[in-house]
Design a protein around this ligand. Structure first.
Ligand code: GLA
Length: 391
């Protein structure tokens, strides 16, 4: 990253403060999709790709931002922390500054250069990554004592209030708290979390990008959330003790079907309830070293997201069908919000190459799009890095 510092020095005037380097990863969710805003289980891991941030304090209340990924530079002052459409990507850091200030963190301004290595809009949490690296980096510079869990919640608030996407807590939590070579099993109701070793016995995690632009993903996402809220309200009229959809067991589904009294809303609920079961089964299977059962849960998850939750679409489904056919692919499914983005597959090491060739061929035939593959390792959550090249 010596290079990054060189660019930083070219972009910004020198100062007596020293620049520091922070990194936040992206994440891949192994299973537990669209459960986090319903009080359910998620099972994500952090990636080794993510967002780097070189940051140096200023004293004049100004924030000057640049990114190696976007030409546009963005500046704003502590006095004017409002969302501006024309600030584009700069709204994410701006929203974080606003939330940190609201928490009483003493910020005085900063020069910042970012470099992201996650493809944008791929559903690998590039937004939680830039949010968390900014929150963690600025909180560290401001000597604020905020736990990682609270920083994750702060980032979620920023996405909800400032950006207007009603996302759950999974992405920010994974980006903030995941550990190398582990996945995190999180109960989003109690916020109880367990680090589970990702022992894959000669298998690799392969992420495949549909390379389809997600388009209406954010509005569709909010629509699903609203559907879950409506279904919950109908259930609560008859069963007031139910606090979230995840309080329901599979056995209660037929009972609440009547209360919901709407076929589409019922399927949304069915997905959430069965997905919680699959997530718990998958976590237990991983702990027991049983990848076959783990893979079966992934397949079940995708089918439920396709048929009941309806968040897949032609591209994700084509990848899924091509991937599940490959011998040595023990499990595969869409990951993240859906409507495009990526799939995650568990593939025997020896067949990873064949997998890519076979899947690319079939996917291109079905959609006319070329997929991109990432063979990934589970990395650490947000942290400070040594900044090389500093004198
Ligand atoms: C997005 C959101 C998460 C979660 C997933 C779906 O990634 O940011 O909070 O809801 O979609 O599981």
């Amino acid at each position: 990253m010596a290079d990054l510092l060189k660019d930083f020095n070219l972009l910004f005037e020198s100062s007596s403060h020293k620049p520091r380097l922070f990194f936040a990863p992206g994440r891949v969710n192994l299973i537990g999709e669209h459960t986090d805003y319903n009080g359910g289980y998620v099972f994500p891991a952090a990636l080794t790709i993510g967002t780097y941030m070189v940051v140096r304090e200023r004293e004049d209340g100004m924030f000057h931002l640049a990114s190696r990924n976007f030409e546009q530079r963005v500046s704003f002052s502590l006095q004017n922390l409002t969302y501006q459409k024309e600030d584009d990507w700069g709204n994410y850091p701006k929203g974080i500054v606003k939330e940190l200030v609201a928490e009483g963190v003493g910020l005085k301004g900063a020069d910042i250069l970012y470099e992201g290595t996650i493809p944008n809009g791929a559903g690998l949490s590039s937004s939680a990554s830039i949010g968390m690296v900014t929150a963690y980096g600025l909180a560290t510079l401001g000597n604020a004592e905020i736990t990682r869990v609270d920083l994750a919640k702060l980032c979620q608030r920023m996405e909800n209030r400032f950006i207007g996407v009603n996302s759950g807590i999974m992405d920010q939590y994974a980006v903030g708290l995941c550990k190398e070579k582990h996945a995190i099993y999180l109960n989003t109701m109690t916020m109880h979390a367990e680090d589970v070793p990702l022992e894959l016995h000669g298998h690799k995690i392969v992420i495949t990008n549909t390379n389809k632009r997600r388009g209406l993903a954010d509005s569709k996402y909010n629509e699903r959330r609203a559907e879950c809220e409506e279904a919950l309200a109908r259930i609560q009229k008859q069963k007031p003790m139910i606090q979230t959809l995840s309080d329901l067991s599979v056995n209660e589904l037929s009972e609440v079907e009547e209360f919901i009294n709407d076929e589409r809303l019922y399927r949304r609920v069915k997905h959430v309830v069965t997905e919680n079961n699959r997530t718990t089964n998958a976590k237990e299977a991983l702990e027991a070293g049983n990848l076959t059962i783990f893979g079966e849960q992934m397949i079940g998850s995708h089918l439920s997201l396709k048929n009941d939750y309806e968040v897949t679409g032609k591209e994700l489904d084509s990848l899924f069908e091509a991937q599940r056919k490959v011998e040595g692919c023990v499990g595969t499914r869409m990951t993240g919000a859906g409507f495009g983005g990526c799939t995650v597959s568990i593939v025997k090491e020896e067949v990873v190459e064949t997998f890519q060739l076979q899947v690319a061929k079939e996917y291109e035939k079905a959609t006319g799009l070329e997929p991109t593959f990432y063979i990934c390792e589970a990395g650490n959550g947000v942290h400070e890095c040594e900044l090389e090249g500093q004198n």
